[in-house]
Each structure stands twice: as C-alpha cells, then as structure tokens.
Design a protein around this ligand. Sequence first.
Ligand code: ADP
Length: 254
Amino acid sequence: MPLLQVEGLGKSYDSETKVLRDIDFEVEAGEFISIIGPSGAGKSTLLRCINRMVDINEGYVTFDDLDIGSLKKKELRKMRTNIGMIFQHYNLVPRLTVIENVLHGRFGYKTVMQGVLGRFTEEEKEDAFYLLEKLGIEEHAYKRCDQLSGGQQQRVGICRALIQKPKLVLCDEPIASLDPNASKVIMDHLKSITSEMNITCLVNLHQVEVAQNYSDRIIGLKKGEIVFDGPKLKLSEEQINHIYGIATKELITV
Ligand code: ADP
C-alpha cells in the first residue's frame, strides 16, 4: 500500500478555471520527489490539496489509508500531525525565539490550553534541541527569528516541521527566496535529515537542476496536468522544454 495515492484529482478556485486536472500518482514511503513546473502550473495547489489546506473538487487523495477529502475537522487535525509543511516564506512567528518556533510544531498534539501556556515536555524540548543541532543552528536557539538570515529561518522551518514526527513533509518552494549557497545548505539538510528519519518528502521546485541533483523521481506539472512522472534520468531536454515552454538554455541561467 503506497503512503500517498492521488486519483483523478481536480481543483478549481472559481467556476471558470481548473487549476488541477486529472492528477494521478502514488508515493511510496521513503521517496524524495521533486515537483517541477513554471509559476502558475499548480504545484502549490497540489500540495495544499494533499493536506486539505484547500478543498478537493474532484477525485481522491488517500494518505496513510485515510480518504483526505472526507475527513471532518477533528480527524483532519489528527491527520495533519502526520504531514509537515515547509513554506517559501518560512511562516515563522518573527518576534518569538527559534526554540519557541520549533516547539510550535508540536501544537497539533496539544489542547488549545497547553498550546497557549506553552507547555512542552522535556522530551519535546530535547527533540527540538536535537533537530537544531542537526541543522547547525543550536547556538541561535534563544534568538528572535527575525534576527536570523533567510537560510537560517528556513532551517528553523524544517525543524518545526520535523518535530511533529510526520510521515510526509510537503515543501512548497523552500528555496525560492534564498541565494544559491543558502539553497544548497537547505536542500542538503532536507535530503539528509528526511532520509535519516525515514520521512517521505514532496518538494515543489522551480529549478530543474536542483530537482535533478536531489531527487530520483521527478513529477512535471504544466497548466494543472502531470506531463512527466519518472526517474530523473528519463527527463529529457525536450520534456523540460515542454514543461516550461521555453528553451532549456534560458532555464539554466535562471
Ligand atoms: P504554482 O505553485 O505552480 O506557482 P499555484 O498552485 O500557486 O501554482 O497556482 C495555480 C493557479 O491557481 C494560478 O493561476 C493561481 O493564480 C491560481 N490560484 C492559486 N491560489 C489561488 C487562490 N487561493 N484563489 C484563486 N486562485 C488561486
């Protein structure tokens, strides 16, 4: 049984345009998959359908044996503890410290009161420090997040997603706001820590080369449809041109 099954998924935000059409794919536990495609292709919407941040209009998403589209509020909250999310703009609370932001990743397991009071167990705090150390930012634990660089903030975002102990992590353009050096650091960490923790990873990326460097399997989206799904070695220049609708040479300089 795959960890994630997407069958005939369709999504529209209004009656005129279908943002996703007939999306079918399966993800086995432990895979690290890049989803590529130009801006507006529907990459972000696809991730948002998987964890039901937006409602699904057609088809099914089955995650961990659960029909995501039919979950009620409470079940949805429980299901989301198994899906971590990493965002382009980090989505941290800037005035809070690094460690506080990381521990926010545990909110899904707490009552509202425990969350408000910031009650965390020793084990949760140890896990937080373990992750901060793994990502090389433990020395910043008590700094406010707005004092960190973009790359460091994204590392906090990764720690916050992983402290949930999710089965799946959805990364929505995690390096789109970072320079090439910081991007490499983030992708290296993402790849190594998800593999070490045996967490399945779906990463939306704009850059083909990054996808080819880090993932074995690539899914190409164009205008809301999957136009490529296969091993990176099978992704030809022609296919890349087709996905992006521009010459490959132009892409490499992006
Ligand atoms: P990508 O992540 O590949 O850039 P998106 O999923 O963000 O693509 O967007 C796909 C299409 O859906 C775009 O045309 C975008 O304008 C539209 N879209 C995305 N989010 C919304 C929304 N909340 N309401 C209406 N349209 C949206």
